[in-house]
Design a protein around this ligand. Structure first.
Ligand code: FES
Length: 156
């Protein structure tokens, strides 16, 4: 006997999907205004939640930095890599897709560093839009370095 899925079934499916996405990202949200960069290996990312914001910190490898500096900016929303980072090794970006605001997830890829699973937008390791319906690059939040190993979010 089949029928419409129960709310319990829908909740289980949603929890499963959320778990898959979180596993794919291999990043655990953290709530803080001052965030330690220790333990984020080169090529890996960390998701931070603070108030209603969701921020992704990506530790870029030397190869990734060089690739971002040498490549022509993607044409949809042209922006130079050096204008999007304060320290080339660290990309700090808002973790919401610029299409419809879904969460963006870090991938273990230098070419396609962030993906939105709602409609498939893909961003490079500078947070610039490469593919999909998103119209703009991922936003860069207000922050500053507080010593070599911490960042401090400075927006309200
Ligand atoms: S919300 Fe990200 S692609 Fe639509």
């Amino acid at each position: 006997m089949s029928g419409p899925p129960s709310s319990l079934t829908r909740r289980a499916a949603l929890a499963c999907l959320t778990g898959l996405m979180a596993g794919r990202a291999q990043a655990r949200p953290e709530t803080a205004a001052r965030v330690s960069l220790a333990g984020i290996a080169a090529g890996r990312a960390k998701v931070v939640t603070r108030q209603s914001a969701r921020v992704i910190i990506r530790h870029r490898t030397g190869t990734e930095i060089e690739a971002m500096r040498q490549a022509d900016p993607p044409s949809r929303d042209p922006a130079r890599d050096q204008d999007r980072v304060q320290n080339p090794a660290w990309l700090i970006i808002d973790g919401h897709c610029t299409h419809a605001g879904c969460p963006v997830w870090p991938l273990q890829s230098s070419a396609y560093a962030f993906r939105c699973f709602c409609h498939g937008s893909i961003y490079d390791v500078s947070g610039r839009i490469l593919r999909g319906p998103a119209p703009r690059n991922l936003l860069v939040p207000d922050y500053r370095f507080d010593g070599p190993d911490h960042i401090l979010f400075t927006d309200p």
